[in-house]
Design a protein around this ligand. Sequence first.
Ligand SMILES: NC(=O)c1ccc[n+]([C@@H]2O[C@H](COP(=O)([O-])OP(=O)(O)OC[C@H]3O[C@@H](n4cnc5c(N)ncnc54)[C@H](O)[C@@H]3O)[C@@H](O)[C@H]2O)c1
Length: 274
Amino acid sequence: MDVNGKVAVVTGGASGIGRGMARCFGANGMKVVVADIELGPLDEVVAELSAKGVEALAVRTDVSKADDIQALADATLERFGAVHVLCNNAGVAVSDPIGETSLEDWIWTLDIDLWGPIHGVRTFLPIMERQGEGHINSTASMAGLYASASLGAYNVAKHGVVALMASLERDLRLAGSNVRASCLCPGPINTNIVDSERNRTPESAALHVGTDAGQKFWDILTRQLSEGMDPDDVGPLVLDAVVSDRFWVLTHPEFGKIVDQQVKAMLDDQRLTR
Ligand SMILES: NC(=O)c1ccc[n+]([C@@H]2O[C@H](COP(=O)([O-])OP(=O)(O)OC[C@H]3O[C@@H](n4cnc5c(N)ncnc54)[C@H](O)[C@@H]3O)[C@@H](O)[C@H]2O)c1
């Protein structure tokens, strides 16, 4: 797709990877709708884009709510008359072993990380089909391709996002659609995701159990992410997938080795891991 002058919607666009995408799309001639639940950073990103001459719109959105995603689509069409690229990117993470993950943590994670992209596809796909053009990208994770210990709810959500996007892309190709789908699977990126709870209600946060195993994993993750890729370097990879009609967007292709090893162990002797 030639993106110049086209319209992009980025959820979770007020921080980290989403903010990087919004900046990259704006720098490449797109009009950008930034959707996020966190109002202060949301307004800052849109002010920054506008100061650079980008036509930008902020829409406060909770991606876990279908009505909010519908309102996001309505606001986008009212302002810009079309939507060509949707990035279902908003996400949160919490760490605990599966057996000790509270019901509230399951619901919080799946509502945002999996239902967010499902609502996005259900709402925006018909608009793009009517236009005869469009591209939907969702942010999964390497955790969508390989399920590590102590990150169960997140792994389940991200495996779901990978399945959603792969199913969508195959459905679209089978139907001869001009709409394309792609899936971003980042490795460690230096963002604010380790502070995901900042957007959680106190009532919901109080129901997080918090285990030693979860905390240990979180400490390692926090260190890894602080040394991770600059989020501004991810946007150009997503843009490239949109422009070149590619499905997978991998920030750390070298991590594919662990996926490879898992498939090899499965085919060799049906074990999960050697
Ligand atoms: N940082 C990493 O290493 C990494 C790796 C793999 C995947 N990811 C994924 O990347 C995506 C972006 O995360 P990030 O790392 O940039 O983190 P981040 O915390 O910097 O950004 C996430 C954004 O999502 C927003 N958000 C949270 N809940 C929301 C809701 N209910 N509705 C709307 N917006 C909401 C936050 O306000 C924030 O602006 C997530 O889907 C995350 O799972 C991140």
